[in-house]
Ligand binder design. Structure first.
Ligand code: NZQ
Ligand code: ZN
Length: 389
């Protein structure tokens, strides 16, 4: 397989830089008059961002309804509350102020408002997205890339399910990215976000598609930027330039440009979603545990790609006599890096016991095998969970 045909159309307007959130109202009025302001558990009130947003919205003359309280790993129950509120208040635009969880919750509300059935139908494949209210974003954590992605990931309380759905119709209309808004992130959220950004690169890097050297190089740029920048930002959380690098990398790696022409993998994300579905762990922390285990399990499927990764991303010396050693060193450095910035890399560190590994493997593969680098069946996924213990 060489480079695949593709269509790339990302219509999210990116507004990047200092003070950009102060003019959010000017963007909102392009799409609606009755706005739902959607946010999380309170960080935006503590930081003062909430007041800035309200001021700008008021100045632009829109009507404001509010729904806060989005939890990390956003819940279906609040989505349904949002849908009710939108119908009652005739909402025509949703402004998500926060991270991936808030944005994904906003996207879920946006597709549920005009749908007569249960909004969860979109997440099981029972319904297809044909209509959505427009959504805009003020991003406060670089991580999920949801600010310009076509996906939404929601947790359903019954059954502890975490599932996603997607459509170009739910790509945000605009995303305001001010790196200063990320200064208040606790270190743990910074590193979890970093793991997610890197994982979005890795899911695309590990492909069986040949001759995609240009996007290989772009992905390597993201990974190397993160490897260089994250340790520094932990030392200097209020360094604008470091925060800016991470924020832009996080958007670009997941806006679909870097997946053009190549078949992406996504097994590690599916395997992780069972962890954050069942145990409510941060998505990025789950990925730091799953990815190195996945790598160990699949590297022989395309040894040369793992050698390239080790050499170009981690600067491992290429052992031509023993390519396997080079590949394994790249995997080791990935895991060591995650540990070095403070992430968990084993299920034990996440305090996840062994007793539900089989159940998670079953749920993960309920609709068939996962992943494209290597198709993984239930036994494979179980083996990966075991490798991650
Ligand atoms: O709720 P608040 O109080 O705002 O606190 C949040 C939350 O506790 C806090 N936070 C965010 N910005 C902050 C801040 N604290 C201080 N200062 C700030 N500036 O950070 C915590 C985590 O927020 P969350 O939105 O959950 O983080 P993230 O952006 O990592 O989103 C994770 C969700 O996105 C999904 C994940 O599965 C997970 O549910 N994903 C969505 C994707 C997509 N739609 O394209 C792709 C990803 O692969 C991912 O699956
Ligand atoms: Zn992710």
């Amino acid at each position: 397989m060489t480079m695949e045909n593709f269509v790339f159309q990302n219509c999210t307007k990116i507004i990047f830089g200092k003070d950009t959130e102060k003019n959010v109202g000017n963007e909102v009025v392009n799409y609606g008059r009755n706005v739902l302001l959607h946010y999380g558990g309170g960080s935006i009130k503590k930081s003062g961002l909430y007041d800035t947003i309200i001021k700008s919205l008021k100045e632009s003359g829109v009507n404001i309804a509010e729904l806060g309280g989005v939890q990390a790993n956003p819940r279906l129950k609040l989505v349904k509350e949002g849908i009710r509120l939108c119908r009652e208040s005739n909402i025509d635009f949703i402004l998500a102020v926060g991270g991936g969880s808030v944005i994904d919750s906003a996207k879920a509300i946006s597709i549920g408002v005009s749908y007569d059935g249960d909004v969860w139908d979109f997440y099981t494949g029972k319904a297809v997205i044909n209509e959505a209210l427009p959504v805009g974003v003020v991003l406060t954590i670089p991580a999920a890339g949801s600010e310009s992605s076509p996906a939404s990931v929601i947790n359903k309380e019954e059954g502890n399910l975490k599932r996603d759905c997607g459509s170009n119709l739910i790509r945000p209309k605009f995303a305001i990215l001010n790196p200063e808004l990320t200064y208040t992130l606790p270190d743990y959220q910074t590193i979890c976000g970093a793991a997610d950004i890197m994982a979005h690169g890795l899911e695309r890097y590990f492909t069986q598609t040949k001759d995609v050297g240009f996007t290989d190089r772009l992905l390597e740029a993201v990974l190397k930027t993160m490897i260089q920048t994250v340790p520094l930002v932990l030392e200097s959380p209020e360094n604008y330039d470091l925060r800016a690098e991470i924020m832009w990398a996080g958007t670009v790696v997941h806006n679909d440009l870097l997946g053009t022409g190549r078949i992406e993998d996504w097994a590690s994300h599916m395997i992780e979603h069972e962890l954050s579905g069942l145990y409510d762990v941060a998505h990025g922390a789950g990925l730091a545990v799953v990815f190195p285990a996945w790598m160990k399990y699949v590297y022989k499927e395309n040894l040369q790609r793992f050698v390239q990764y080790a050499v170009r991303v981690w600067g491992v010396e290429n052992d031509f006599q023993n390519p396997e050693r080079t590949a394994l060193e790249g995997i080791k450095r990935t895991k060591d890096f995650f540990s070095s910035i403070g992430l968990p890399t084993t299920l034990a560190e996440l305090e996840i016991p062994d007793d539900k590994l089989e159940e998670m493997a079953e749920k993960c593969t309920a609709n068939g095998p996962v992943g494209n680098f290597k198709s993984l069946f239930k036994e494979d996924v179980l083996n990966i969970y075991k490798l991650a213990r």
